[in-house]
Write a protein that binds this ligand. Structure first.
Ligand SMILES: NC(=O)c1ccc[n+]([C@@H]2O[C@H](COP(=O)([O-])OP(=O)(O)OC[C@H]3O[C@@H](n4cnc5c(N)ncnc54)[C@H](OP(=O)(O)O)[C@@H]3O)[C@@H](O)[C@H]2O)c1
Length: 245
């Protein structure tokens, strides 16, 4: 029989892909720590939706770019629910710029959020997730497509994928799987605000399925990776771009 997976922490789950993941894991019966940075009302709405479906969830404010706050988030999730079985490192910011025009400040901002916060989350997850647990990182398809202007964004994500592959080997003996998911363009506020012009139309044309991704497309993959059904999948970078790459 399967491993009982009881408690999940999803970073950045008040909106977008993280929100869909939190709602999916909550519907699957996991107690969910719903992390947000600023928008408390949005996080509360996610919690209310999970609770309305009969699930358990608590909103937890923490800026994951603050190492101590991120560690505190893990503390709170463990204290609230009595342990931790699934960690989804979802927070990431999209900033696109030709390399010749990329400033040191932009490099530091993107790497602080997309790589250092992922590293700290993976380190905390490695120390705390119970045997048989699941760790998932949300990476990006730009690691594969290497489109112009995605240099620093993709470099941070690629480095996170490397941590995933190594950690899968380190945690395998404890029955913990570690994987990353590489979405193509997904219809979120971040894509609308920060995506390159025309990215939605371009991505829909590139996909044999003829559309861009929806947050639920990614959440269903994470739901699988967080479940016992994925027990033989570890150290993988799953391409989730509707066949675009
Ligand atoms: N959308 C896409 O097309 C796409 C494609 C490939 C990969 N991805 C990756 O998917 C992940 C999610 O992207 P998304 O498009 O869903 O983003 P989003 O719509 O901007 O949502 C971001 C979420 O993260 C939270 N957040 C942001 N910065 C945070 C911080 N420093 N600490 C804690 N929470 C923070 C936000 O909460 P607040 O509102 O409270 O700040 C919000 O809940 C990212 O890693 C992104 O790189 C996205």
């Amino acid at each position: 029989m399967g491993v009982a997976l009881g408690v999940a922490l999803v970073t950045g789950s008040s909106r977008g892909i993280g929100r869909a993941i939190a709602e999916r894991l909550g519907a699957d019966g996991l107690a969910v720590a719903v992390n947000y940075r600023a928008d408390e009302a949005a996080a509360d709405a996610v919690v209310a939706k999970i609770q309305a479906g009969g699930g358990k969830a608590v909103a937890m404010c923490a800026d994951v770019t603050d190492d101590a706050a991120l560690r505190g988030l893990f503390d709170r999730a463990e204290q609230e629910f009595g342990g931790l079985d699934v960690v989804v490192a979802n927070v990431g910011i999209a900033r696109f710029s030709p390399l010749a025009e990329t400033t040191d400040e932009l490099f530091d901002l993107v790497f602080r959020t997309n790589l250092r916060a992922t590293f700290v989350a993976l380190r905390e997850a490695a120390r705390r997730v119970r045997d048989g647990g699941r760790i998932v990182v949300i990476s990006s398809g730009v690691v594969v497509t290497a489109r112009a202007t995605t240099g620093i964004y993709g470099a941070g994500k690629a480095a996170g994928d490397q941590l995933v592959r190594v950690l899968a080997k380190e945690l395998g003996p404890r029955g913990i799987t570690v994987n990353s998911v590489l979405p193509g363009a997904v219809r979120t506020e971040a894509l609308a605000a920060d995506g390159p012009p025309g990215v939605a139309e371009y991505s829909a044309r590139q996909s044999p399925l003829g559309r861009i991704g929806e947050p639920g497309d990614i959440a269903d993959i994470v739901g699988f990776l967080a479940s016992d059904e994925s027990r033989w999948v570890t150290g993988q970078t799953l391409h989730a771009g509707g066949g675009q790459f």
